[in-house]
Write a protein that binds this ligand. Structure first.
Ligand code: ZN
Length: 418
């Protein structure tokens, strides 16, 4: 028999890290003679959750034992040592001495796509016979249960996480950036998000005072280990752990009509550009998208950098599929773009005065809707005589995405969509 252990909400805004709790938990179980079955899981939940700390990550491990009291004791011990309980972490621990059933899988899908109230977690734990331990109000139980129930059949990726020894926490990470670029060149697209070429920034190392030295994401466990070995690191490493994750799989997205959108969902919306993009103060780009059920603002914010140049080339009539988080903003519901598929381009037509049929000179407009007059011979013609010129579009059909620094954990990079 095996016991699933799920843990969530161990960190505060100040530091801490759920993956560190997982790394310690695994070693402590092993020290007590309990093996881990398969890879530990790092599960990201709905990134729009209003009370998330940072990445909204939960963890789960499967322990090869039937001694639930021992597992519970070890989990509590690790959480109480490393969770930021006195900084307001509302840690939840769930223990399940069997495989997750449909109810738990359904709960995961809700937690990754919606905002689930903690009352639902308490109710589910009772229904499925999970043992729970919680601190404060137990908000962490939502993620603890969802991590156990995570359905990775639609796709999964891996992340190798190296944790720092305690005396280095809060200090500058000693990783040779050149070795990160070299690793990226040698292993991408089997690894991803290592660097942001647009900003020149190293993406594997966080900037927070947390115990994570670095994380390497990739499509299989061997490649992330190979990539890790290519790095030049000048500080001691406490643990290296490879997690199985739902990161970069697009599982948070739902295909929705504009009329069905609401605050907090992550949506894939097909529609037609109904208002031309405009560049706003602060460098944000907005346009309107419509379908047969309604109209919504789409936004490419300043941090999306060169992605905005793509968006600015859209014109009314273009058919697109937009991916993003739906937020309620002063202007109304707004889709914060993460990816856009340009499916069909509208014709870009400019209207200009015609050539005078009598003397061959370019005519002059008499004002909007009033037709044209020749300055040389005085001939007048109606608006229908206007010359309509099709201007070639610079935008090409295809998919475009925000740079890695503006992409959220669950969003699949285009280079993985093979
Ligand atoms: Zn003329």
């Amino acid at each position: 028999m095996a016991i699933w252990i799920g843990i969530d909400d161990t960190d505060s805004k100040k530091g801490g890290c759920t993956t560190y709790v997982a790394a310690v938990l695994i070693r402590r179980l092993e020290k007590n003679g309990i093996k881990i079955i398969g890879y530990p899981r790092l599960i990201r939940l709905n990134p729009n959750c209003p009370y998330k700390t940072r990445g909204n990550a939960a963890i789960a491990v499967k322990a090869d034992t039937d001694d639930i009291d021992m597992v519970k004791g070890i989990a509590i011990e690790v959480v109480e040592e490393y969770s930021e309980l006195d900084e307001g972490a509302e840690t939840g621990i769930a223990l399940l001495p069997k495989e997750p059933d449909e109810r738990l899988k359904k709960f995961y899908w809700r937690a990754v796509r919606e905002i689930v109230p903690k009352e639902d977690a308490f109710k589910l734990a009772e229904d499925i016979g999970a043992t729970i331990v919680y601190y404060e109000d137990g908000k962490g139980l939502v993620g603890a249960l969802a991590a156990i129930g995570a359905d990775l059949t639609p796709g999964k990726t891996y992340e190798l996480i190296a944790h720092r020894t305690r005396e280095y926490w809060g200090t500058v990470r000693k990783i040779d950036p050149k070795s990160v670029f070299e690793m990226d060149k040698a292993t991408r697209p089997y690894t991803f998000d290592n660097v942001d070429y647009e900003t020149g920034e190293i993406r594997i190392a966080p900037h927070t005072p947390c115990p994570v030295l670095l994380g390497i994401r990739g499509v299989d466990p061997e490649i992330v280990m190979k990539a890790f070995k290519m790095l030049k690191i000048y500080e001691p490493i406490e643990y290296v752990t490879v997690f199985e994750t739902n990161q970069a799989t697009d599982v948070h997205y739902q295909k929705l009509k504009i009329g069905e959108l609401k605050h907090g969902v992550n949506a894939i919306v097909e529609g037609i550009v109904s208002q031309a993009p405009r560049l706003d103060i602060g460098g944000h780009v907005f346009f309107k998208l419509k379908d047969e059920t309604g109209e919504i603002y789409c936004a490419a914010y300043e941090p999306t950098k060169s992605f905005r140049e793509i968006v600015l080339q859209l014109i009314p009539g273009d058919e697109v599929v937009a991916y993003g988080a739906v937020k309620l903003k002063p202007q109304g519901l707004t889709l914060n773009l993460e990816k856009i598929g340009v499916k069909k381009l509208a014709k870009k037509i400019v209207v200009r005065p015609p050539i005078c049929p009598a003397c061959g000179k370019r005519m002059k407009s008499l004002g909007a809707g009033k037709g044209y007059r020749c300055r040389k011979c005085g001939l007048k013609v109606g608006v229908e005589a206007a010359e309509r010129v099709e201007i070639p579009r610079s935008l090409k059909p295809g998919f475009y995405e925000v740079p890695p620094s503006a992409r959220r954990h669950l969003t699949k990079p285009l280079e993985l969509a093979l």
